[in-house]
Design a protein around this ligand. Structure first.
Ligand code: ZN
Length: 127
């Protein structure tokens, strides 16, 4: 499954970034997902939960922010947001915009972490 391999690579990226900080626990991964990335958000969320199970990201939430398509139209000089199904057509003047500047990428915007120790200290007393 496409989304499963993406989930694995996200986990790998986060694990690498935090390799020198073993005390941090990941609580959330904020992802920017372009509308043209070809990735199904629901499917990715599902795969992320499965793929994180035995990693240090276990229990972390994947928060997906959808990124609209953006393109610069050389014909009319506008920065435009093409919409479905005409992803490569300028909504202002109808010219073809071959260069999308956003909307195809999938990238980690940020990762939310907590100190393992800190969290223990913050646990509510059971009494
Ligand atoms: Zn245009």
């Amino acid at each position: 499954m496409h989304e499963l391999s993406i989930a694995h690579s996200l986990i790998e990226t986060v694990e690498e970034a935090l390799a020198s900080q073993p005390d941090l626990r990941v609580t959330a991964v904020n992802l920017q997902l372009g509308v043209l990335s070809g990735v199904e958000a629901d499917s990715l969320l599902f795969c992320f939960d499965i793929a994180t199970a035995d990693t240090r990201l276990a229990g972390a939430k994947l928060q997906i922010e959808s990124v609209a398509a953006r393109a610069f139209c050389a014909a009319c000089g506008h920065d435009v947001s093409p919409v479905a199904p005409h992803w490569y057509r300028c909504p202002e003047c109808g010219a073809v915009c071959a260069q999308l500047s956003a909307g195809r990428d999938l990238q980690i915007a940020s990762v939310e972490v907590v100190e393992n120790n800190e969290e223990r200290a913050n646990e509510a007393p059971s009494a």
